[in-house]
Design a binder for this molecule. Structure first.
Ligand code: RB5
Length: 148
C-alpha cells in the first residue's frame, strides 16, 4: 500500500523514524516534504498530502505538524478528504471503521514516535465497516456539495 506523508518544520527529524517504521512494515511512502528544518506554513503541506490522496497517488495519507490540528484543517479543505487528528490508537481505529478517514494527522509535539507507530498501525490496518456508517459518511460529504 502506498502512503503519502507531509509535514511542517516541526517534524523533519521526527518523521524519519516514522518513515523507516512504515517501510519496515511493507508500506511504500511518498514523502512530500518538508525536509528543510526551516519554519514553514502547515497549510502548504496539508494541501500537498490531501491532493496526493484525492488524485490517487496514494491510498491513504499522513499529516504531521506541531499539534496535528493545523495540517488536518488544511487537509479537510480539499474536496473528498476526511482527515482526523489522533493522539491514541482507539480513535485511529474508529476513524477508519466508522468515519472512513483517508488522512490521519498527529502532533510531533504531542505524540511520541512509539505512540505514533501504534496509532498508525490501527489506522493503516483497519477497513471501513460500511453499513450505517456509509450513510453517515455520505452525509458528511454532501455538506461539501451544499456549501461551495
Ligand atoms: C508551528 O509552530 C505550529 O503552529 C504548527 O506546527 C501546528 O501545530 C499548527 O497547527
Amino acid at each position: 500500500m502506498k502512503i503519502a506523508l507531509a509535514n511542517d518544520h516541526t517534524a523533519v527529524e521526527y518523521k524519519k523514524e516514522i518513515i523507516a517504521w512504515l517501510e519496515e512494515q511493507g508500506y511504500e511512502v511518498l514523502d512530500l516534504g518538508t525536509n528543510e528544518p526551516i519554519s514553514t506554513d502547515y497549510p502548504i503541506w496539508g494541501e500537498k498530502v490531501a491532493l496526493a490522496v484525492v488524485n490517487g497517488e496514494a491510498e491513504l495519507g499522513i499529516g504531521i505538524c506541531g499539534t496535528g490540528l493545523g495540517i488536518s484543517l488544511a487537509c479537510n479543505k480539499v474536496k473528498g478528504i476526511r482527515a482526523c487528528v489522533c493522539s491514541e490508537p482507539y480513535t485511529a481505529r474508529y476513524s477508519r471503521l466508522h468515519n472512513n478517514c483517508n488522512i490521519i494527522c498527529f502532533g510531533s509535539r504531542i505524540v511520541g514516535p512509539e505512540m505514533a507507530k501504534m496509532i498508525l498501525h490501527e489506522f493503516l490496518t483497519t477497513e471501513f465497516e460500511g453499513g450505517r456508517h456509509e450513510r453517515r459518511v455520505n452525509e458528511i460529504m454532501e455538506i461539501e456539495g451544499r456549501n461551495l
